[in-house]
Design a binder for this molecule. Structure first.
Ligand SMILES: Nc1nc2c(c(=O)[nH]1)N[C@H]1C(S)=C(S)[C@@H](COP(=O)(O)O)O[C@H]1N2
Ligand SMILES: [Mo]
Length: 493
């Protein structure tokens, strides 16, 4: 496998056997398994997948070894099947090239040769008459030497492959050198008191390093901004190709927008608020002149991932943008460098395409996005929700006035009210901090007098249209969870 990753690093940096198989697994898992993986491993789900793959590969290698030792080519056939599976996985990738297809074959051939040589030496070792072989080297030592040598080469090669495949190293350098222009239209200032002073609250603006990350990319795409082009295609009066330099020369805007993942459970943390710098998508679409019958934009990432966004959401007055900056820096590689979409009010899976390369103006009737055939709705407006962050997870508090605090969001509508109730009693109105805008979350706090014992505390929000958050508990699939965030607080005397 290390040989495969090294070879792929040279001949097809975008697709290696490991990432192709991993990508195929990610594309094939049912939504329930995906939810489970996110619930158990959080944003380490990709590391978990790679570790899982390593264990499966080690297991198959062991099986191949035992079989080959017993019967010539029995283990080799396991490897052959494995190699063909690798070829199939590579063929399914968007960026598959003939060279990329050859890599798993090369890996299989190398593995069979190694297996033959190793089992050959093991047989010699087992034969008593060759124990003091005439050729000098005792077979036991020659087997162990080959095994140890192989392990060392694998370890060194593994390190090399990791560094090599980090084409991201180069792109990171380009990112570091990049000077983003200032916004023509600056972000509205954060109102006084928007950030509630309470121990344990999350920052109102999420630092880039703490921002949740969700995507299907096993290795972070490394795109050279100098070579980036965004194509606007499909049902348009005029197709457009926009370079990064051209994009930076546009009048940019800067806005705080809270984006959220459809897989965010009630009370979950797959949500974050950042200050995004970008160019309104509506201005680019206006240049392309969408046809009257178009109702959707299928945005595509360099790795083939797609999202379906209603055309009217991208062309109305909200600040849907081609974002290049996040909290005053170029986008981090994991968050879509050099350009991603940010659309206030929609879940990420139908709007927030990272490593953006194409906007295809089309119709919901004609095109489906990545998650649609996998059990998720083709439309995904963010559902109003609220969360209790303080007191922090199960930490006991002392009887008396207990301070509660958290966030509430109803992107592009705004929050008017947050209420709490204890043990299903009457709703008590929390102190709602001013929001940065209707497109961001709002913080809130409330002191409640609590006696000793365990109490159940729930939160609900009401938006600026006067609608209150749904109480009915619904799962994240197909279009976002509902229900009240409910915590249990242990109060000491
Ligand atoms: N290219 C690409 N863009 C993507 C995704 C993806 O899998 N691939 N996932 C989307 C989903 S489901 C979400 S919730 C957001 C998350 O953005 P973040 O990782 O910057 O927080 O990105 C969206 N953009
Ligand atoms: Mo998501």
């Amino acid at each position: 496998m290390v040989l495969g990753e090294l070879t792929a690093g040279v001949v097809s940096p975008a697709v290696s056997p490991l990432t192709a198989v991993g990508g195929a697994v990610i594309d094939a898992v049912p939504p329930a398994v995906k939810d489970w993986a996110i619930a158990v491993f959080g944003t380490s789900d990709k590391v978990a997948l790679l570790v899982g793959m390593a264990l499966v590969i080690a297991g198959l290698a062991a099986v191949a070894g035992v079989l080959e030792y017993r019967r010539r080519f029995a283990g080799a056939s396991v490897i052959a099947v494995f190699g063909l599976a690798g070829v199939a996985a590579v063929l399914m990738r968007q960026q598959a090239t003939p060279a990329a297809v050859a890599v798993p074959l090369l890996v299989a051939v190398a593995a069979v040769i190694l297996l033959r040589v190793l089992t050959g030496r093991l047989h010699q070792w087992a034969e008593p008459e060759t124990e003091t072989g005439a050729e000098g080297e005792p077979p036991r030592r020659s087997f162990l030497q080959l095994l140890a040598g192989g392990a060392v080469i694998t370890a060194v090669g593994g390190v090399l492959a990791t560094v090599w495949r980090g084409a991201s190293v180069v792109v990171n350098e380009a990112r570091q050198q990049l000077q983003l222009p200032a916004a023509k239209s600056a972000a509205p200032p954060i109102p006084d008191g928007a950030e509630v002073e309470l121990d344990g609250m999350e920052p109102l603006v999420t630092p880039n390093d703490d921002f949740y990350r969700i995507d299907t990319a096993l290795t972070v795409p490394a795109i050279d901004p100098g070579k980036w082009v965004l194509r606007v295609t499909g049902r348009v009066g005029e197709e457009i190709g926009l370079t990064f330099a051209e994009l930076l020369a546009k009048p940019l805007i800067e806005r705080h927008v809270t984006i959220a993942c459809v897989s965010n459970e009630v009370g979950g943390d797959l949500i974050g608020n950042a200050r995004w710098l970008g160019w309104p998508v509506r201005e680019l679409l206006a240049l392309a002149r969408p046809q009257a019958d178009a109702d959707m934009v299928l945005s595509r990432s360099t790795d083939g991932w797609t999202a379906s966004t209603p055309l009217d959401v991208l062309t109305d007055s909200r600040d849907a943008m081609l974002a290049v900056g996040m909290n005053g820096e170029p986008l981090p590689l994991e968050h879509g460098f050099p350009v991603r979409l940010v659309v206030p009010g929609l879940y990420g899976y139908v709007s927030a395409t990272k490593w953006l390369t194409e906007l295809k103006v089309t119709r919901f009737a004609d095109d489906v996005a990545y998650w649609t055939p996998r059990g998720w709705s083709d439309h995904g407006p963010i559902k109003m929700s609220s969360r209790i962050d303080v007191p922090r997870g199960g930490r006991p508090v002392t009887a008396g006035t207990v301070m509660f605090g958290g966030v509430a969001w109803a992107q592009h509508t705004g929050i008017s009210k947050v209420e709490l109730r204890v043990n299903r009693g009457g709703w008590q109105q929390a102190e709602l901090a001013p929001g940065i805008s209707v497109d961001t979350w709002y913080q809130w706090k409330l002191g409640i007098g609590l006696g000793p014992g365990q109490h159940e505390v729930q939160v609900r929000a009401t938006n600026l249209d006067g609608e209150t958050q749904a109480e009915e508990r619904r799962a994240v699939a197909p279009d976002g969870a509902t229900g009240f965030h409910t915590i249990r607080v242990d109060v000491n005397p």
